[in-house]
Each structure stands twice: as C-alpha cells, then as structure tokens.
Write a protein that binds this ligand. Sequence first.
Ligand code: ZN
Length: 394
Amino acid sequence: MYRSVLVSFVLVATAATAATACKGSARSASAASTNSAASSRVAGTAAQSANTSDTSGTPAGPIATTQRPAPGSAASTTGAGVTPASASTPGPAASPNPNRVPNEMGRIMVLEYHLITDHNADYARERGQFRKDLELLYDRGYRPVNMSDVLDKKLDLPRGISPVVFVFDDASPEQFRYIENNGKLEIDPTSGIGIWLDFRKTHPDWNNKAVFCLLSGANAGHNFFGDRGIQGQKSQWRFQKVKWLANNGFELCDHTLWHAQLNKYPDAFVQEQIARNALAIDSAVPGYRIRAMALPQGLWPKNRALASHGSWTNPKTGKTVTYSWPVVFEVAGGPMRSPYDPGFNPGATPRIQVIGNAIEANMNRLEQSGNMYISDGNPSVVARPPAHAVAAKH
Ligand SMILES: [Zn+2]
C-alpha cells in the first residue's frame, strides 16, 4: 500500500509536470477544494467522511484527498474509551553495561520506519522483525528518546546507555490501528504501536518516545492513521489517535498534507502543503508545538528554508498560518551528530532507513569506532570521547 501511495504521488506529480500549466492547476485544484476542509477545525463530520465515495483504498492522487473533510471530528470522538494495550506493569529493568565507555559527543541513530506489516521491504518492516529490532536495541543498551529531547539536550539516560530516535513516517493504519470491541476501542496489538506497547510490558524502561511524521490528507489511509474504513479504521478516530500519541509521550512531526514532492512546486504550494498539515495537527492537539518535519522522499523544496519556516493564508478566511521549527528530517545519511557537537545541524537531520540489518550494522560500526553516543549518567557533565576514539576519528 505504501508503494501504491507513493506511485500515485509520483504519477500525479509526473502528470502535473508533463502538462505545462499543470503546476498551477494541480495547485489550485488542491487548494481550492481543500482550503475549507483543512482550515476547518470543526468541519467534517465522521459521517461525511465515512460516506465519501473513494473508499477503495486505491489511491487516486491528491484529488481524492480533496473529497475528504478535514480531520475535524475530534469532539465527537473524545468520549470513546480507549484501552491502551499498554497499561504497562513494571518488570525487571536491564542493568546498563558498565563496559560501555561514555561519550556524549558521539553519534545518535535516527531510525526511519514506514509500514509495520506482514513483510520486509524498503518501506515495510515485518512485525516480528520490528519486535526483534526493539529487542536488539534494548539488549545492546539503547533507549528511545524524542527528537525534542535531543534538541533540548535532555538525554537523561543512565550511564552506559545510548539514545536512539525512532521516526515513523506517513501516518498509516499499519502503525496505529484500533479494533472496536463492543463499542470500546482497543489498540490493535498487530499494529506498530500495539507491538511497541506490548514490548514495554516486559521492558518498563523502554519509554513511549518516538516521532510520528504525519500526513493528514493522503490516500489509502495515510491520513492520521486511517480513514474511510480502510483497514477497519473510522475517520472519526483520526484525531483521537493523534491525541493519544501526544498524551502518551510520543512526538508529532509534519510530513506535509499529502506527501507532495516539494521540489516540484512553487513556494506558495510548498508552504500550503506544510502549513495545512500543521493546522490539522493543531486541530487534533490544540496548541501542540511541532518541532520537526520530514521531507517526503527526502526532496527539498527549491527554496530550502521553506521546509522549516513559512506561512500560508487561507484564501477563504484570510487567516494566516505560520510554521517554524528547527528540525528537518532527510531520508538517509547515517547517524546524526550529538547535540553537543558543534556540527549538530538539526535543520538537515540525517536518518537511517531501517532496511535489512541497517540497525545492527550502524551500531557495530559506531561502537567499534568509539563514535557512538553513550551516556555518562550525569546530566551536568558532557562526557568527552576517550582519547583513542578521537585519534581513530582523524
Ligand atoms: Zn513519507
């Protein structure tokens, strides 16, 4: 599904490029029909959404997203009780490995996930493999942190422990799915969040820290984790899921409205894609401070600054939405620098695509070179790398 979504984006973008005047028309089509939707914090009802004709899950490009009412029915859904599969009971905490030499100038892995599903692929991680990823990281002394913790230098980890940043792109139901059980919503244990929460039950010091880079208007359920019955997900659950993430420790991130390839569009369109998604997130979690965005397919807008700062005025209401944040996630590039490293540059944060044994390979390489971030357990001191590691780096 992820592939088909991407394919549809590519097709649409290609079509838009091919037809000379199409940038404008694609833009206006999208803008005109969705302005009212996205800006409406209140707008669309669940019923409207559920009855939308395009329920096949077959992506039809951004146009289909215009049929979608804005994620707007939060008010109607907040009453539904959700049983987090995770009321985690503390279990034994693993003891940090004292042999790991502290180095808070070292690198931090930012892991990039897409679908959590039934097979492995470039944009998919099989469920059992995902669980193994968590086990591997845990056993080797890694604990999840949010990107905001990195920015704020709040990596208060025990001595010998390394931070790792999980980033989940595209807001698919595969990442976060509900099951309705006698009117009660439960988190599907086979979705990414379900697996994460189950892991926590036996690993209580594995915190709910991960970054979700959201889409709020793409096809095939890539709309705040599912809409219009796709994978059984009701449109009115969307805001509830986003809120649940924010309320339970996870971090929200902007990934544009419908995954537009930002290099193909004019500045105004780029800002609209980003701002409207930010507005949708704000509608789900009013006042939420977004601190990161992820570039769809890693493609920078022509005016790179627009990835982190910009504004868009809703032509219907005249209201201007501005956005500004320090972090822009790329799709690749290896581990990022420590926030204590003078070269730390969150405005172009590299990531590691979780494909094959990428996690283990990066871990081995960084640990062996002495260039992995390892906490000293003392928040008031920045542990410098041991001399031999410095020598090895140069
Ligand atoms: Zn994406």
